[in-house]
Design a protein around this ligand. Sequence first.
Ligand code: ADP
Length: 584
Amino acid sequence: MPLAPRSQRLRAFIVSYLALSTALVFAVHQVTMTNGLERLSRSGSVIAEQSADRLIAQLESYRELTDLTARHPQIAALIEGRSTAIRTSEFLLRTALITGAKEIHALDSKGQVLASSTFEETPSDIGEDWSERADVVAARTRRMGVFHSADEDGLRSYYFARSVLRDDASPQGYMVIKVNMDELEGEWRIDETVVAFFDSAGVGFVSNRPTLALTYDASLAQVPIGTFDYPEKLLSPLADHSVTAGNGRTIWKFSNATAMPDHALVVSKDVPLIEMTVRAFMDAGPALGEARLMAALVAAILSLFGLGFAIFVQSRARLADQLRLEAEANSKLEARVATRNAQLQKAQDDLIQASKLTALGQMSAGISHELNQPLSAIQNYAVNAQKLLERGREPEAQENLTLISEQTQRMGRIIHNLRGFARKETEPLERVNVAEVLEASLGLAAQRARSEGVSVKVETLPEAWVDAGQVRLQQVIVNLLSNAMDAMTHSVPKEITVSLSQRRGQVQLVITDTGPGLADIERAFEPFYTTKEIGASKGLGLGLSISYGIIGSFGGLLSVENMDHGGAAFTITLPALTMQEAAE
Ligand code: ADP
């Protein structure tokens, strides 16, 4: 499958990164919110339970009081007619003052008020028929009847009713105790959390926020609102709110309720003992805020990371472009260098050839002389042989023919050397015996030396093997020999000393002369440096520089020095091949 272009891959990456980041931010928000609401719900349960316990404990004392008064001898005396209503009412008032009960009433078996702690007030309750009241009705069948209501002023009361039982188990009368809920609430300290108790008709009856009292929530109503005695005009619906789902939990959002938190997690608990439902309105704001903060934090980190990554990708792309451009420029440059090198190599090869031809030109006179000599000797021997044959002196003629043969061999050697010298050598390096090359070079220079009266002294070895090109090495030696002879034109004596030696892994060939030495030794190997007349078979100033290059290409060195007693000494130094390498 072919790879998508870079920009397309980048776009795909960005899209998936954004999708993944959004999912992650959402997940973090949900998890943090769930955890926060979970914690809130747990503490809401605790608060609801504590509030229920507190209310039950407060009411419990009045329940017990109802129980106690029902069994009190004063009440028994009243019912049996042994005590008066006034005396009993005084007793009930005293008891109410001591215990904090709002009112205490004693009813006869028909449910009519006999004595009351309110006996001094007008109108007093004495004589009223309470037989139809829910608490009294309940007390008839159960041990304890309860009821709650609010009066026209909105004062909420809780009633306990207890039947006064004698031996035959039918109620002889009833005790009814009224507790003021407003006072009871007053004992509650101000809690941060809003708590309210709703009765089975859905009316908020007790709360630590006064504004919640007598608010109405239809969702909790199990019985008609008329079941309890509330003045209708005082009832108002529970504060205006919308309900949102907070990840498995219900959050109430209050628009205008002063007592309520803006966002509330509502934790409800049934309190069967008082037949109410307690609700804790937990402030969900911090938990929701924390979830939003965490989500924002993760979003910020992911954005930063994304930004960093984008910068990294950008700079990498830029670097790659830069590297590609550099590589292109490099390969162009390399191609140009290779072309130039090839051109240079060709120019150098041509120069070597030109300098050889120059040397050949210089040597041509000597060589033709060298060839002429055996040629005229051959002619003489041939004429002699002819004459001897004519005279029938065959054995002598035979000798002459042998001499002719020797002379042709000599000529053959000279021509062989010349051909070798003129050959253009481009072969790779090979094993070369310097002693052999030296001998051939001396052969080429011999005639000129003889004709110019130059004596050549040679100290050589039988073998000295190096890696070189035979023709090129010969060219260098011939060039050095002919330079030496050029230099000694006006010198007396004219001596060339050639010594070949091998020592410490190096082969050294030293050629010295008795000429004047080099006038400007620093420039000897400079191309076109010459002190000779310019022109064919004269100086070009290339011989030494080419020789220097040739020896260098064999891994060796050509050096020169002027000797103390006059004359120049050229040294060719080449790495020697070991016996083993030479034998291979
Ligand atoms: P050319 O022989 O064409 O002048 P070379 O490069 O062979 O070029 O020599 C450069 C110069 O070095 C010569 O012109 C000469 O002045 C000097 N030279 C070379 N060999 C000798 C020598 N053996 N003695 C003195 N001078 C020399």
